[in-house]
Design a protein. Structure first.
Length: 231
């Protein structure tokens, strides 16, 4: 019982921590100017911001309900969460494709930057979608479900963490993956083992998103091919 309570507190703390990464990471380029009324962005970027923030808000509410033992309300809201997660994927794909095209048309970005942004953005959405679908399939198994939701959210943290630390440095991996590493440490400290969900998930995150396994040239080539379909 005590372990379960500590675990609920941990996930609540990690949810707040991940929300802080999003806010701090996007504060200078987006949230700060938005509050000052100076965030001049296309409407789809604002939509993406709202949907992203909505996911973090939904996560906080769901983890709070679970930590309070209000499982019935948690599951009821989870039905909305299933639809919302799909919205995150759809909006993410639309913005990831349209944003670099807009920047190219406006002359803001060179082709290689646009292609690189597109490639990593689509990979992040694909990784998030994979974890999210798995979380929905395991929604009747709370231990697996919450770990998969954590992994899905960490996939979304790639962009804000990249605003805080250069993605090509080891420190980036520490910042970006810190929620997973902390949860794995909690597992090991309390159970003397790390749940396989985290082990597999960590490998998927690293292989799926880091430049270690996809060189800049490969990323640009992939992005150029996809941009060619729409331009």
């Amino acid at each position: 019982m005590r372990l379960r309570l500590e675990s609920r507190r941990l996930y609540m703390a990690l949810s707040v921590f991940m929300t802080a990464i999003v806010i701090i990471g996007f504060w200078v380029p987006y949230f700060g100017p938005l509050l000052r009324g100076a965030a001049s962005r296309p409407w789809m970027i604002h939509l993406h911001g709202v949907v992203f923030a909505g996911w973090m808000a939904l996560l906080l509410v769901q983890v709070r309900l679970a930590s309070q033992g209000r499982i019935r309300q948690h599951r009821a809201l989870g039905k909305i969460g299933m639809v919302y997660g799909s919205l995150v994927v759809i909006v993410g794909v639309v913005v990831t494709i349209s944003a670099p095209i807009l920047h190219l048309e406006n002359g803001d970005w060179p082709i290689d930057r646009a292609a690189g942004f597109l490639a990593i953005g689509l990979r992040a959405i694909a990784v998030f979608g994979g974890f999210f679908v798995a979380a929905m399939l395991f929604r009747r198994k709370p231990e697996n479900h919450r770990r998969l939701i954590l992994l899905a959210t960490v996939a979304l943290l790639y962009a804000p963490a990249g605003r805080l630390v250069n993605v090509e440095t080891p420190l980036f991996l520490v910042v970006w993956l810190s929620p997973v590493l902390l949860a794995m440490g909690h597992d090991f400290f309390n159970r003397r083992r790390v749940d396989p969900t985290f082990v597999i998930g960590l490998v998927v995150l690293i292989v799926g998103l880091t430049p270690i396994f996809l060189s800049q040239s490969e990323s640009v080539t992939m992005g150029r091919s996809i941009l060619g379909i729409f331009m």
